[in-house]
Design a protein around this ligand. Structure first.
Ligand SMILES: Nc1ncnc2c1ncn2[C@@H]1O[C@H](COP(=O)(O)OP(=O)(O)OP(=O)(O)O)[C@@H](O)[C@H]1O
Ligand SMILES: [Mg+2]
Length: 377
């Protein structure tokens, strides 16, 4: 009997130093993580960073070349997929095209030994179809369904065996924007209703941020940072995370002075800019290469004659481009000595300033707290 960890009651999935190497390729390279019971967890990262491989190791389709994978406190290394309390919805979901909706969903139940009675199967399929809001679709053929409906059948098929953990590999990649948003809301509601643990793989940061309790950002088979949406957005550990999550302006420089809570960076033209360290960052050494990251919504933009007060940086700039986005307006300005800066003006500030047009002379600025001093990696 494998050893159970102390907190096995609260943790559904745990990786301890997990690697999956294919010869020279380090698909997953020394990952530690734990996913608390009943939470919505996401793996987020660019193509090829090891997301699917991580998920397949939870499902049992892949075995680690080093380390241990635990489900509900017990090691599952070597346990075949069908003996694990998990179910997976694949990156390219595959329904049985020759079966109708009912038979597609009942498939998993019919594979069970002992096989449930016919009435029980009918009841469970009906229940699960209601859950994904497809009640009454039992006799439809797969080709008679929309992409979103097919996706929900794939979900129902994974849910019918009541897994402890549901694994979802880019389940919404094939859907258009509107359908995607609807499915995201449905998935979240579903997760709350059934209370099981969801592990989602996505390369869409908006999707991960809006749906997950906890997100694990990966790069080259490793975890760069794990945390909640707010922490990743406001307290990125380095430039990679700040760049991957949301939009940022980056100013490159070297550390001229450093303290416990922040640093001063010297930019290429010799000017210095102060910023704060994020709560997750390690303070940098003098002369280290670093950058200042400023979120566009924290950049103020005002008429040249009326610079905003209380700013650590105030730079003359010229408006290059303006994009009206409805709830906000995005400006690209050329700022003296700083290069191109993106500023996001809220509707209220647009109403107050009257807005700006390409060619206008403006002043951009930000408070010191908005400037994050980040290491490159
Ligand atoms: N069976 C295999 N043999 C060799 N290399 C593999 C194998 N499976 C995956 N890899 C490699 O491991 C790395 C991680 O692959 P993985 O499928 O986990 O990426 P991913 O993050 O899911 O990417 P995507 O977003 O494109 O789906 C990639 O470089 C991939 O080429
Ligand atoms: Mg993948």
């Amino acid at each position: 009997m494998p050893a159970r960890s102390d907190h096995s009651r609260d943790i559904d999935i745990e990786f301890r130093g997990v690697s999956r190497h294919y010869g020279e390729i380090r698909a997953v390279d020394g990952i530690d993580l734990s996913v608390p019971k009943g939470t919505f967890f996401s793996f987020l990262g660019p193509s090829g960073c090891g997301k699917t491989t991580s998920l397949r190791m939870i499902a049992g389709f892949e075995q680690p070349t080093a380390g241990d994978v635990l489900i509900e406190g017990s090691s599952v290394v070597g346990t075949p997929p069908h003996r694990r309390p998990v179910n997976m919805v694949f990156q390219h979901y595959a329904l049985f095209p020759h079966l109708n909706v009912f038979d597609n969903i009942a498939y998993g139940l019919r594979q069970r030994a002992p096989r449930p009675a016919r009435a029980e199967i009918t009841r469970r399929v009906g229940e699960t179809l209601d859950l994904v809001r497809l009640g009454g679709f039992e006799s439809r053929r797969v080709w008679e369904l929309s992409g979103g409906q097919q996706q929900r059948v794939a979900l129902a098929r994974a849910l019918i065996n009541k897994p402890t953990v549901l694994l979802l590999d880019e389940p919404m990649a094939a859907l258009d924007r509107k359908l995607r948003r609807d499915m995201q809301i449905e998935l979240q509601t579903l997760q709350r209703d059934v209370g099981i643990t969801f592990v989602l793989v996505t390369h869409d940061q908006e999707e991960a941020l809006s749906m997950s309790d906890s997100i694990c950002i990966m790069r080259h088979g490793r975890i760069v940072q794990a945390g909640g949406a707010r922490e990743l957005y406001d307290e990125p550990v380095n430039r990679y995370v700040a760049d991957f999550v949301g939009k940022s302006n980056f100013l490159d420089g070297t550390v001229a002075d450093t303290g416990a809570s922040g640093a001063v960076l010297r930019l290429a033209d010799g000017r210095t800019i102060a910023g704060r360290y994020t709560s997750t960052a390690t303070p940098l050494a003098r002369e280290a290469k670093a950058c200042i990251a400023v979120r566009p919504e924290l950049v103020s933009i005002t008429a040249a004659q009326k610079p905003a007060g209380g700013m650590a940086v105030n730079a003359p700039a010229r408006v290059k481009n303006r994009i009206y986005l409805g709830e906000q307006t995005e400006y690209l300005v050329a700022a003296e000595g700083l290069g191109d800066i993106l500023a996001m003006a809220s509707k209220t500030s647009e109403l107050a300033s009257g807005g700006f047009s390409p060619g206008d002379e403006v002043v951009i600025g930000w408070p010191e707290s908005a400037a994050l001093v980040l290491a490159e990696e």
